[in-house]
Design a protein around this ligand. Structure first.
Ligand code: NAD
Length: 502
């Protein structure tokens, strides 16, 4: 049966108005078949969602911290109880394997749990007697309706990087998820309603550029949290800030893993496989470039090659699949085009993912590409320069740590990176010298836990505050400093001088 995904506004499912509303197809990537359609919002639906968020904000900003954290705790319990159901929805639209979908939900849950501590997180400072009889204190207040615009690759986790803290801090939310896998957002909206969140505090509008542009321009939307590709992140940052909004826009990545000759090569090979091919490489923290410091490249490539042959590529709902399909046929074709351009540019195609067997009876028309490995890749080749966002790992050979570091620092992206070594001094130099926002030391996908913050540098993030953790609390609140004096007659009198502390 074909599903029809509509918006979620003021606690109700709302379809796009009009006789012939614009809609997008939703695919099951493992079969290549259309499984349903999602409505695309017009300005009318976006405005209705913002209006619902404005109305709900009046009460929600004044809801006690105890009430807000009670709702968050309930949401956490519901999500935990129903995570398998949500994981199956993600698998059916994104294609990743079930265990990986559970993994993204777990990382989102971490942020929900962090936000449950909002009473502690919002505590301000207090200074008694800053001047005689005068106290000064700081408070943090919510912004109002906030927009979250998310990518296809983590339909549950990325929205949960933002909305638990936004809601806990007293804001109201309009989420615009990716049109490629829209159902997770509606599932989460249903859980919020069940958890007792008042209608209008969490709204979902589906769609494309039309809805994004309206959110960027709408005067009642106070901030925008965006995650997606770098060109759109830059556009969202420039447009949103032009309209006076607070914006954090997280962009694309090209993550390098530097392997020093003293490292444990088996550990490094396992890590390269996990971080290169997990979720078919459709992770912003995927490792796409392996920088091998000679003389270990040949040995490391052999170890990676033998592991690649053992990977089971098949439908995400099959328990024995290691890797699922790519999200759409268009994306798969684009990733495949890099296999040809890499060869044309002179790189060595060591393992061709087009030849990898695909498990599963229904899989013929799915959006498949097996794990692929290039050797002798160099800057300037399109496989090196572009974010491919697929199961394609490129090996660049260098002769020293310094050469590897210079390569990483010259890259326009700066999301994540990792060093593999047994030399603590080299690792410490790397964490100090590398120009990347998230660094792993013998850890290939260094996604920070929820009480730190997630964010890259350079073309991987526009804005200054990262996602979740302390930065998240700061992003979704604004500070106010209050100077108070309780009048006593001795403080009367006129004095036009600038207030000083005495
Ligand atoms: P995308 O940029 O195509 O889409 C992201 C969002 O922007 C979607 O909601 C989409 O509907 C909307 N959008 C698309 N085109 C638009 C336009 N022209 N104008 C306005 N809005 C538009 O990204 P994607 O393909 O969904 O996701 C993959 C990308 O996201 C990769 O580049 C990946 O690195 C990046 N990503 C980054 C992080 C991070 O933390 N830095 C995390 C996850 C994904």
């Amino acid at each position: 049966m074909s599903k029809h995904i509509t918006h979620w506004i003021a606690g109700e499912a709302v379809p796009t108005a009009g006789a012939a509303p614009r809609r997008g197809d939703i695919y099951d990537p493992a079969t290549g078949k259309v499984s349903g359609q999602v409505d695309f919002a017009t300005i009318t639906e976006v405005d209705a969602a913002v209006s619902a968020a404005v109305t709900a904000f009046a009460d929600w900003r004044n809801a006690s911290l105890a009430k807000r954290s009670t709702v968050l705790f309930r949401f956490r319990e519901l999500l935990n109880e129903r995570k398998d159901e949500l994981a199956s929805i993600i698998v059916s639209e994104h294609g990743k394997v079930h265990s990986d979908a559970l993994g993204e939900i777990a990382r989102g849950l971490e942020v929900v749990e962090y936000a449950c501590g909002i009473p502690q997180l919002l505590k301000g400072g207090f200074t008694e007697q800053a001047s005689t009889g005068i106290d000064v204190y700081s408070i943090r207040q919510p912004l109002g309706p906030v927009a979250i615009i998310s990518p296809f690759n983590f339909p549950a986790m990325v929205p949960m990087w933002f909305f638990p803290i936004a809601i806990a801090a007293g804001n109201t939310v309009i989420l615009k998820p990716s049109e490629k896998d829209p159902s997770a957002a509606n599932f989460l909206a249903g859980l919020w309603a069940e958890a007792g969140l008042p209608a209008g505090v969490f709204n979902v509008v589906h769609g494309d550029k039309v809805s994004v542009d309206r959110l960027l321009e709408h005067p009642d939307v106070k901030s925008v949290s965006f995650v997606g590709s770098t060109p759109i992140a830059r556009y969202v940052y420039e447009t949103g800030t032009r309209y006076g909004k607070r914006v954090q826009a997280l962009g694309g990545a090209k993550n390098h893993m530097l392997v020093l000759p003293d490292s444990d090569l088996d550990l490094a090979a396992d890590a390269a496989i996990n971080a290169g091919f997990g979720a078919a490489g459709e992770r912003c923290m995927a490792i796409s470039v392996l920088v091998a410091v000679e003389p270990i490249a040949d040995e490391l490539i052999e170890k990676i090659k033998s592991r690649m042959a053992t990977l089971t590529v098949g439908p995400g709902c099959n328990g024995d699949s290691d890797m699922g399909p790519l999200v759409t046929g268009v994306h798969r074709d684009k990733v495949v085009s890099y296999l040809d351009s890499g060869v044309a540019d002179g790189a060595d195609l060591v393992v061709d993912g087009r030849k990898h067997p695909i498990a599963g009876e229904d899989s013929v028309d799915g959006f498949w590409l097996g794990p692929t490995l290039f050797d002798n890749v160099k800057p300037g080749m399109s496989v090196y320069n572009d974010e491919i966002f697929g199961p394609v790992l490129s090996v660049v050979r260098v002769n020293s740590y310094d050469e590897g570091l210079a390569l990483i620092n010259a890259n326009p992206y700066g999301n994540g990176t990792a060093i593999f070594t047994n030399d603590g001094g080299a690792a410490r130099r790397f964490q100090n010298e590398v120009e990347v926002g998230m660094v792993g030391i013998n850890v290939p996908i260094p996604v920070p836990v929820s009480y730190y913050s997630f964010g890259g540098w350079k073309a991987s993030l526009f804005g200054d505050l990262h996602a979740y953790g302390a930065d998240g609390v700061q992003f979704f609140t604004r500070g106010k400093a209050v100077t108070q004096r309780w009048l006593d007659p001795s403080h009367g009198g006129i004095n036009l001088g600038f207030p000083t502390n005495s």
